[in-house]
Design a protein around this ligand. Sequence first.
Ligand SMILES: [Zn+2]
Length: 405
Amino acid sequence: MKALLLLLTTLLPLAALGAGSRELTALVRTDDNVPVLGPVTLTDLVSETGFDGEFFKIVKGKDDEAIGFDGDAQLTLRAATAYHHLTLARNYFVKKLGSAYTASLPKMVIRLDLTNKFSKLGHFANDALDPQYNNALTVPAGAGLASRGIRPWDIEIWVRPSKKIHISEITFHGSEAAEFKSLMKSYRDQSRVQSLSQFLSQTIVSATDSESTIDPFNTNNVIRVIGSSVLLEAAYHFYDPLTKLFQRKWYWLDTAMVPEIIYHEFAHAALSDHLELTHSTAVIEGMADFFAGQIADSPKLATHIKAFNTYNGKDAKNKQQFKDVFETSDYANSDFVFGLLWELEKIVGEDRGEAFMFELRKSLTTNSSIRGQLIEGILKTCKKLCGDPFTDKLRIHRALHSRGI
Ligand SMILES: [Zn+2]
């Protein structure tokens, strides 16, 4: 009783101030996964005036202050959308998967419209150094550099401003694809010869400056851009109806307004007790995409994932089989890993699939190879969590074998 009274007296002043929750407009998905603007209730707020909560603070660029509720309407909409979907993602990991690590994460700062690249020592790289657009990334915590006045920071999510690129600036292996759909098809057809990050650096991410020479092998430019091409295409596919602006000639991506990308970025943070945020690999991207797909919980998205992942896609049969040579080439196999995990969930049973994948992270590191540690981890996790480990392991072996692993 004493504890309850104490709790009540601590909570009452907050409630009296009206902080805690607030109704605002954000982008949400309909049951058919179509984006619409609608009312959402933002929870866990600790500020009455801006997007500052117990778990998330949404700021603009390098600011310390949270974005206010009453500022620029477009910025408020983007901040509300990010805050709302981050809360859904956090609730998923904390409440549904029981992740103590996620619950213990310090308040996360979300930086909208930040173009700086990440610097391990300096937090923000020099303003002039290769400004970034149309993507998002999750950055690891840093110790700061007291001698240069750089304060320590915790895990943050950076959302780049969107920037329009005309189709004429997009060159893709001579492809004259006029629509994003056919661009993505070209990517998938060639996904064994180049990675998604290379593809992106030639298209929406770095093609923003037609003067710059794009080094297709400099994948550091676009570390942890967005997971697989499947999720990226889905993001475009389901984003378009709202903006009606992609049409045929212009492409860009406002990642604050794409729930699946917000889920993907938060998943990186939630999985970072085992999958460190040092760099991007097929395994870390595939895992983040798996959980992004689960949080989205959309049958329509699931159909899309099933049809287009390179592991199990309709074009996947022969040419898309796993090849060792692509094992370490960053994004080359993130579609493959995503598809593999997505299908594996059906084998272990959808009722235990999410717990299975969450347990799987314990057997993995960011540097895990697909053929090595990922497969070993899957079998080890099956021994622990499968309903019928003996039969299920045989089914997993058979499924992997049929895909060339
Ligand atoms: Zn990622």
